[in-house]
Design a protein around this ligand. Structure first.
Ligand code: FPP
Length: 233
């Protein structure tokens, strides 16, 4: 969800005003995703690296997250959305972690859509943590080293609850992944929008989904193998 700062600067406003407007995009995109019937959506709301931003900006973002969790709770519950989180959640201040934990618990059996917030999250960090957890299992004898493969590694990742990642959208004209879902994005379609995140509303989501529909996914196979449908994974 990139471009909040630039959006604010373009309007002559403080960066936090961009994040506030970005929170409105979050609201609109999540609502649209549910209405369309998407199975899951994951939002990169705060990276492991974002802690190094100025203290006032970090605090402002934490306040916005807390507000979001309180304000959106009724809509999340009424619409059967299951809220999940990935990242180093324990690093979040109590005033964010408590409403987050409460909504995660209360929405755990909701089954219309999974909304995952990536908070204090880094793709490399999550791969390293998973590798460490598996290494510990091998060291304790709970698992054999030869049992580590793409399947078991994926099952040990914090995103094991999610379906395969079909589409990753990056806003603000930048063409990089910036440490988001690195493992999960192995065969993901990438879509880059020039819009700054506060301007990215449901029409832009629909446009990205149209672009995705036009893609031919081959997963390492030949086009004719995929067309025959026999060998597609
Ligand atoms: C990146 O834009 C955006 C963030 C670091 C924060 C994203 C947070 C929100 C959209 C609002 C709160 C989230 C939720 C889930 C309610 P940037 O600040 O790096 O933009 P820039 O590259 O233009 O400076």
């Amino acid at each position: 969800m990139d471009g909040n700062g630039r959006w604010a600067e373009n309007q002559g406003l403080e960066r936090l005003a961009g994040h506030k407007e970005g929170a409105k995009s979050v609201q609109d995109i999540v609502r649209a995703a549910r209405e369309i019937g998407l199975e899951a959506i994951t939002l990169y709301a705060f990276s492991s690296q974002n802690w190094a931003r100025p203290g006032a900006e970090v605090l402002g973002l934490m306040n916005l997250l807390r507000d979001y969790l309180f304000e959106e709770r009724p809509e999340i519950m009424e619409n059967g959305i299951q809220l999940r989180a990935i990242g180093d959640i324990e690093k979040l201040p109590d005033f964010v972690r408590e409403p987050l934990d409460s909504l995660r618990n209360d929405s755990a059996s909701n089954d219309k859509m999974v909304l995952t917030l990536a908070l204090s999250y880094g793709g490399r960090e999550s791969i390293a943590q998973t590798a460490r957890a598996l290494a510990e299992k091998v060291a304790s004898g709970e698992m054999k080293a030869r049992e580590i493969n793409v399947e078991s590694f994926g099952q040990a990742m914090p995103t094991a609850h999610l379906p395969p990642l079909d589409l990753l959208i990056r806003t603000s004209g930048e063409q990089r992944i910036s440490n988001f879902l690195l493992w999960e994005a192995g065969y993901t379609e990438l879509c880059f929008s020039d819009l700054l995140w506060p301007d990215f509303r449901r029409e832009a989501l629909y446009a990205s989904l149209e672009e995705y529909k036009g893609r031919k996914r081959r997963f390492g196979l030949t086009g004719s193998q995929v067309e025959s449908g026999d060998l597609a994974p």
